[in-house]
Design a protein around this ligand. Structure first.
Ligand code: F6R
Length: 374
């Protein structure tokens, strides 16, 4: 049942190209660049009138939500607020009935996420679920569902469901942008073409990263702490890399916005602290180039203090390799989609470190696959 893989987690990491392809299947047109969502009890007029999007989710799904904020705001120009579902209803959230609620959940049964959805609905908001389990509670209560077709996820640590959620969020953002007229037809076609190339690029990323992450695991599996740094849409991916490592290898890890290091955490850096830095760049995008330059200076701040840097960078970047010892390359992609590729080496690094430490990768201690208590 593990299809020749040693663990479900590894099998599911390798299933990501298929999970992404299945999540886009039948929902995109390469000819027109149009995105079609599944049938919803939310009209285009309501999508157009939405004043705000409130997203609530937990754990890895919350990281997808935080990346989704960048996609929705950049493409559809609607403000997005992201909440931990476990905090949401305890602060009497202000919900305009003209806002839209989005719940992101692999299982569709997370008690806190369901409670956040009910809070949104009771305050007059319609809700969209992004869910991996057909017919799950949160999908049933939603006004519309975008199913992630990742297939059953057995490993407790979420991997393919996460990249499928990022894909569903990209589709949602594109659809909203098309309905609201904030992207041109030409931009749509380019972006949808980029999306259609992701499964093939994922296959390349998997092929190159696996062995390299296994080798890095040999060097770093005894570290006591790890830092993961990123900027912009890459920051939630840093958080996700830290969570994966914590939950399956029991190494303390922290994700941090790279630019915040000088406001405190720089004090932690010494030769024993590995820092994983997300440093991909989209050379077609000015903001991405600027972020990349700033990230390079952050890397230099770490190396100047003898910290060890493992960077995730874009293939063809020969500048970064001169600064540091370890670079994990991923294929080039449009910035809003690069998280799908750059999370792969982070998943594999966590996996190989956990295996070396003899941890139960598929069933980490104290954790359950679906959290149905509040
Ligand atoms: C981490 C992980 C958890 C879940 C969280 C939400 O790898 O799997 O953090 O993401 O418990 O679960 P769902 O998405 O089922 O609502």
């Amino acid at each position: 049942e593990k299809g020749g893989y040693k663990h479900f987690m590894l099998k599911e990491i390798f299933e990501q190209p298929r999970a992404i392809r299945d999540t886009t299947l039948g929902r995109i047109s390469l000819d027109t660049g149009k995105v079609f969502l599944d049938e919803m009890k939310i009209s285009d007029a309501e999508f157009r009138a939405a004043t705000k999007i409130n997203i609530a989710a937990c754990g890895t799904s919350w990281h997808a939500a935080t990346a989704g904020k960048f996609m929705i705001e950049r493409l559809a120009r609607v403000p997005v607020e992201v909440d931990y579902a476990s905090e949401f209803r305890y602060r009497d959230p202000i919900i305009d009935p003209a806002s839209l609620g989005v719940l992101i959940t692999q299982s569709g049964e997370t008690a806190d996420t369901l409670a956040a959805q009910r809070e949104m609905i009771s305050k007059g908001s319609k809700t969209v679920a992004i869910c991996n389990v057909v017919g799950a509670m949160i999908a049933r209560e939603a006004h519309g569902t975008i199913y992630t077709h990742a297939g059953p996820e057995i490993g407790v640590a979420s991997t393919k469901a996460f990249t499928a959620q990022l894909t569903a969020l990209f589709l949602f953002a594109m659809h909203l942008a098309q309905v609201r007229g904030t992207v041109t037809e030409e931009e749509s076609r380019t972006l949808i073409e980029q999306l259609s190339l992701i499964p093939g690029k994922l296959r390349d990323a998997l092929r190159t990263s696996d062995k390299e992450c296994e080798a890095l695991a040999r060097l770093y599996s005894n570290a006591r702490d790890f830092l993961f740094l990123g900027r912009g849409i890459h920051y939630p991916i840093a958080l996700e890399g830290a969570l994966k490592l914590k939950e399956i290898s029991y190494i303390h890890a922290e994700g941090y916005p790279a630019g915040e290091m000088k406001h405190g955490p720089n004090a932690l850096i010494d030769e024993t602290l590995p820092c994983v830095v997300l440093a991909t760049r989209d050379s077609t995008n000015r903001d991405s180039r600027l972020r990349y330059e700033k990230t390079l200076s952050n890397i230099q701040e770490v190396t100047a203090r003898s910290g060890k840097v493992i960077a995730v960078a874009t293939e063809g970047d020969d500048q970064i390799g001169q600064l540091i010892d370890h670079v994990l390359y991923v294929p080039d992609a449009t910035e809003l989609l690069s998280p799908v590729l750059e999370v792969v080496p982070l998943q594999l690094l966590a996996y190989h470190i956990a295996v070396r430490r003899g941890c139960d990768v598929d069933q980490p201690r104290n954790l359950a696959k679906s959290v149905t208590v509040e």
